[in-house]
Design a protein around this ligand. Structure first.
Ligand SMILES: Nc1ncnc2c1ncn2[C@@H]1O[C@H](COP(=O)(O)OP(=O)(O)OP(=O)(O)O)[C@@H](O)[C@H]1O
Ligand SMILES: [Mg+2]
Length: 245
């Protein structure tokens, strides 16, 4: 079910400037790789390239065994990549209910109605939103909207899921609770995940490996402890600052 995500020498140039520069990264099937970087370092751009919304200027993107983009050309449209995304601004459809937001992707995949509704009910229970199916996004709290966005991404049972700072603006307790839940849900489904954040506490809670982006370059892949030891990287101290506060 889950697919490796692999980038080799991926660059993205915009307005004559490299927004991503020679990025090579691999997330193994079922792995959650966190991507840590300050504002403007290229995190959202990286996810857009993997999702297929943006073709890289050069380099190769593989999803599972398939080459999805190569040398400036997208070879596989987003809907054929089996990847779901939680957008930085969530991008929930305001005119649809919670149920409608989740049903959309399942209908597009022609999941029969009974199974569709069972899957929606099941994931809404898991994220603590049972009973709120008929609300519109505008009738939910910020944290509830973030749960809807995560549920909408996972309900289609993607091979990989890309999350763009999905838990920003939540208080620490709620963040920890949702991170725990998110790990559980990913573990059950075995989906590969790229989890973008500028908060090292989130990267630490997700465990495993963290890739660090700095001005469009991957400057580190490994544990946060190993990052701390990188005295050659000025950005390491800035990024890890929040852990020491
Ligand atoms: N459509 C675009 N045209 C030109 N430059 C762009 C475009 N989109 C993004 N950029 C630039 O690319 C760089 C990386 O942007 P990106 O959105 O990937 O950063 P980010 O790491 O996600 O930042 P944040 O943490 O603030 O969300 C920024 O300097 C940004 O101004
Ligand atoms: Mg961003």
């Amino acid at each position: 079910m889950s697919a490796a995500i692999q980038l080799d020498g991926v660059s993205v140039t915009r307005d004559g400037r490299a927004v991503l520069a020679d990025v090579s990264l691999r997330a193994a099937p079922g792995e959650t790789l966190s991507v840590l970087g300050s504002s403007g370092s290229g995190k959202t751009t990286l996810l857009r390239v993997v999702a297929g919304f943006l073709a890289p200027s050069s380099g190769t993107v593989r999803v599972g065994e398939v080459v999805a983009a190569d040398s400036g050309r997208s070879l596989l449209p987003p809907e054929e990549r089996g990847i779901a995304m939680v957008f930085q601004d969530l991008a929930l459809w305001p005119h649809l209910t919670v149920h409608g937001n989740l049903a959309f992707g399942l209908e597009a995949r022609r999941v029969p109605r009974a199974e569709r509704d069972a899957r929606i009910a099941s994931i809404l229970r898991r994220v603590g939103l049972a009973g709120k199916e008929r609300r519109h996004p505008g009738e939910l709290s910020g944290g509830e909207r973030q749960r809807v966005a995560i549920a909408r991404a996972l309900v289609v049972e993607p091979r990989a899921v890309l999350l763009d700072e999905p838990l920003s603006n939540l208080d620490v307790g709620l963040k920890q609770e949702l991170l725990g839940l998110f790990r559980e849900l990913l573990g059950e489904r075995g989906a590969t995940a790229l989890y973008v954040t500028h908060d090292p506490r989130e990267a630490r809670a997700l465990g495993e490996r963290t890739a660090v982006l700095d001005a469009g370059r991957v400057v580190h892949v490994g544990s946060l402890d190993a990052l701390r030891a990188r005295s050659d990287l000025p950005v390491a101290r800035d990024l890890l600052d929040a852990l020491d506060r």
